[in-house]
Design a protein around this ligand. Structure first.
Ligand code: ADP
Length: 749
């Protein structure tokens, strides 16, 4: 192989040498042919003419004819070779022609490409490594205001007015925006710059393609300005709404409080009706203002969600208990069920979740005439997700309205809405809150047969709660429990819970059947729902007394006060049932002492401070609004306390100082936040500063605020207040706040 390669190389070199020194080679060849021909002929003639040659004309003739034949063969070979060369030449000529055509086409294509580049709307410029322009297109020349000849070879660059963002693509292309001062004024250009190699062996050139995006950039800027303006307007709107709602709340506070007080005075039935109408309208207005405030807050993107651990059980039970009186007022059942697989403590925004569920439960009660409403919490389909279902047996929602009602100010059926009232904002707000929480609301409903709203939100278990984080029901395996209750959602949920704890349950709706079943076995517990009728419940209770040691009656809060559940029952539980109360009542070991009548199902509210102290408290009320001040004084007097009024912060400070130096300090200050001269926050700060510098008892201060915004509440706590009361304030709220304060003091003591 190597040998052949060497031979080939030698031949190639020889050929190249022949091509280069063509003339020398031709002369050399002619000389060689001539000398061979001449030498041959001469030798032949000379030899034939020599004396001793033995000339023979025959042999001569043969030799001559051989030479002639040789010459003829040479001539024929030459002629053939000539023809072969002529053919080859022809082929080469043809090939040449094709090449010439191709060349021409290439030139044309290049010209076209060049024209295309030159006439591009985008600016195109190529620069050598020293920055000199090697190519520019028409658009660039036009933008620069210079001829191509002037630009080529120069280092021309536009004057920069503003440099925008710059980014490097993975391909190595640099992309950036520039505002340049061009011949036609300032323009925004979006550049793409990359190094390209035009010819092999040549240094790379920088190819820059710029698109004029002035229109787009200006539109974007205008849009951004418009958005900022709209945001500012929106913020202004929500500020205005917050202000307006605050301003409206203050007089409303008066209307609601005064009508409440009015209703407690002796009135004729007609006057009672009117006063109630005033209070109901006031309440409707208040909920409307709250909704508007919430909506504006969400609109302004100011809805900040908290992530705090809260008790799921407490949330569900609180909602059910809050809604129960309304449901019971309409003769509706209200039941709750919390799946025991759920953690009891979860992390999330309890207040917002409560708001959503209260809205759904409120709607469920509003749109249900008979049957009941159930609130069920179960694990959702995703890990950490909890699904809350609010079921009702109400009027239902038509398929075509199901999507619409989640939009603002939309109601399923205007005529129905008119008879039920409402603004159509509740679901829109709930939907937005749930979406902000990363969850979703879905709805299943059939016209005439009720609706189920399902809220699924991610609520991770509050791990820091550790051990406490699961509710363990009692072990009722093998125990028989009878539940006598009208068939419905509530009975079903109680049965489900008892079964979860391992009990064998027997749900009976009729007393006769229950009576027959009672002697059948020893019952671990018998639960009788008061809803079957008080008398029926009592007589069944009498019969059941001999068959169980845990005879429990289920009552509504209203009927608890009406009758004495002691006879013949051992215990009573208030509907809607709390899981923990049910667990204690059916799960604990029975001994004599525990047979006492007790109620675990309502939170034990500490008696008001007055009751503990045995005398009224001396309370300072700092309130600038006359009507509200009057209202507070009346409420406090009714609760057995003594109230002094201060009309602004400074007056409050003076009264506080005076009482303290007289040795009779106030037990409590109720401080309005917005007041002339010195506002509630500043007054509180001063009081706290004074207290810090002097020994003595710390005066509890509760804020009175019509503002429901979270920031305001933080401000109150920061200033050193102990709590706050949201206006409008009614007797129950005030009583509860005072009780909480007393409880806190007891703990502290
Ligand atoms: P509002 O109740 O103040 O009118 P919502 O946004 O809460 O506003 O509800 C919008 C509409 O959806 C209601 O007007 C009603 O037509 C319909 N709706 C909501 N919940 C229910 C329900 N549980 N049953 C029947 N209709 C309902």
């Amino acid at each position: 192989m190597i040998e052949m390669g060497r031979l080939l190389r030698i031949r190639l070199r020889l050929r190249r040498f022949m091509r280069r020194h063509h003339l020398v080679f031709t002369i050399l060849r002619s000389l060689m042919i001539f000398s061979a021909g001449f030498g041959g002929a001469y030798g032949f003639i000379k030899a034939s003419m020599a004396e001793k040659s033995g000339y023979n004309p025959h042999t001569f003739a043969i030799g001559a004819s051989f030479l002639f034949a040789l010459a003829c063969v040479g001539l024929a070979t030459l002629s053939m070779r000539l023809r072969f060369l002529a053919k080859k030449l022809h082929k080469v000529a043809l090939h040449n022609e094709v090449l010439a055509d191709r060349n021409w086409e290439l030139q044309e294509a290049e010209q076209r490409a060049r024209n295309l580049f030159e006439q591009q709307g985008d600016l195109i410029v190529m620069r050598a490594s020293n920055g000199a322009i090697v190519f520019v297109n028409d658009a660039y020349c036009e933008m620069a205001g210079l001829d191509r000849e002037n630009l080529l070879g120069s280092q021309f660059a536009f004057e920069l007015i503003e440099q925008g963002d710059s980014a490097l693509e993975p391909s190595g292309t640099r992309v950036h925006d520039q505002c340049i001062d061009s011949a036609i004024g300032p323009r925004w250009i979006a550049w793409r710059e990359a190094l390209v190699r035009a010819d092999a062996g040549q240094p790379a050139v920088l190819q820059c393609v710029g698109r004029d995006v002035t229109g787009r950039t200006e539109t974007e800027r205008a849009l951004a300005d418009a958005r900022d303006q709209a945001n500012a307007a929106n913020r202004a709107k929500s500020r205005f709404l917050a202000m307006a709602s605050h301003e409206i709340r203050t007089p409303l506070n008066g209307i609601l409080g005064m009508s409440g007080l009015l209703l407690e005075t002796p009135l004729t039935p007609e006057q009672t009706t009117y006063a109630k109408a005033v209070r109901t309208s006031g309440e409707a207005l208040m909920s409307l203002i709250n909704e508007l405030l919430d909506y504006s807050k969400i609109e302004a993107g100011k809805l900040a969600l908290e992530a705090q651990p809260f008790s799921l059980t407490a949330l569900i039970e609180e909602i059910t208990e809050l809604m129960a009186p309304r449901a019971q007022g309409k003769q509706l059942e209200m039941a709750a069920y919390l799946d025991e697989r759920l953690p009891t403590w979860v992390t999330g925004d309890a207040a917002r979740l409560r708001q959503v569920l209260l809205n759904l439960a409120g709607n469920a009660i509003k749109f249900t005439a008979s049957g009941g409403v159930a609130l069920i919490a179960e694990p959702g389909i995703w890990p950490n997700e909890i699904s809350f279902q609010v079921r009702d047996t109400g009027i239902g929602i038509a398929a075509d309205a199901q999507e619409r009602i989640f939009r603002e100010f939309e109601q399923a059926d205007d005529s129905v809405a008119r008879s039920f009232g409402g603004t159509g904002l509740g679901l829109a707000i709930s939907d937005r809150i749930v979406k902000r929480m990363g969850g979703r609301i879905s709805l299943q409903s059939r016209l005439g047969s009720g609706s189920t709203f399902e809220v699924s939100v991610p609520l991770p278990a509050a791990l820091e709660r550790g051990e406490q984080n699961s509710f363990r029901g009692p072990d009722l395996t093998g125990q028989s429990i009878m539940l006598v209750a009208p068939a419905g959602l509530q009975a079903e949920l109680i049965e489900r819970r008892l079964q979860n704890w391992g009990a064998q349950t027997c749900l009976v709706a009729e007393t006769e059947v229950a009576e027959v079943l009672l002697p059948e076995r020893a019952w671990h517990a018998v639960l009788i729902d008061d809803a079957i009728g008080s008398d029926a419940a009592r007589s069944l209770g009498e019969a059941a007394r001999h068959h169980t040691t845990r005879l429990i009656v289920l009552v509504t809060p209203a009927s608890r006060h009406e009758q004495n559940p002691a006879a013949p029952f051992h215990f009573y539980l208030v509907k809607p049932l709390r899981a923990a109360s049910l667990a204690t009542r059916v799960g604990f070991e029975v001994d004599g002492a525990a047979m006492a009548l007790a109620d675990e199902s309502l939170p034990t509210i500490a008696p008001p401070i007055a009751a503990q102290a045995g005398a009224g408290l001396s309370i300072l009320v700092a309130e600038d609004n006359d009507i509200n001040a009057l209202l507070m004084r009346s409420l406090l007097t009714k609760l057995g306390h003594h109230a002094d009024i201060a009309v602004h912060g400074e007056a409050a400070l003076d009264s506080w100082h005076a009482a303290r130096s007289a040795g009779a300090p106030y037990d409590l200050i109720l401080m309005d936040v917005q007041m002339p001269r010195l506002d509630g926050i500043a007054a509180t700060r001063r009081i706290r500063a004074h207290e810090a510098s002097e020994p003595g008892r710390r005066t509890p201060i509760l804020a009175l605020t019509a503002n429901a915004l979270v920031e305001d509440r933080y401000a109150c706590f920061e200033a050193g207040m102990d709590g706050f009361l949201v206006k409008p304030i009614d007797r129950d709220k005030l009583e509860e706040a005072l009780a909480n304060l007393a409880a806190a003091r007891q703990v502290a003591a």
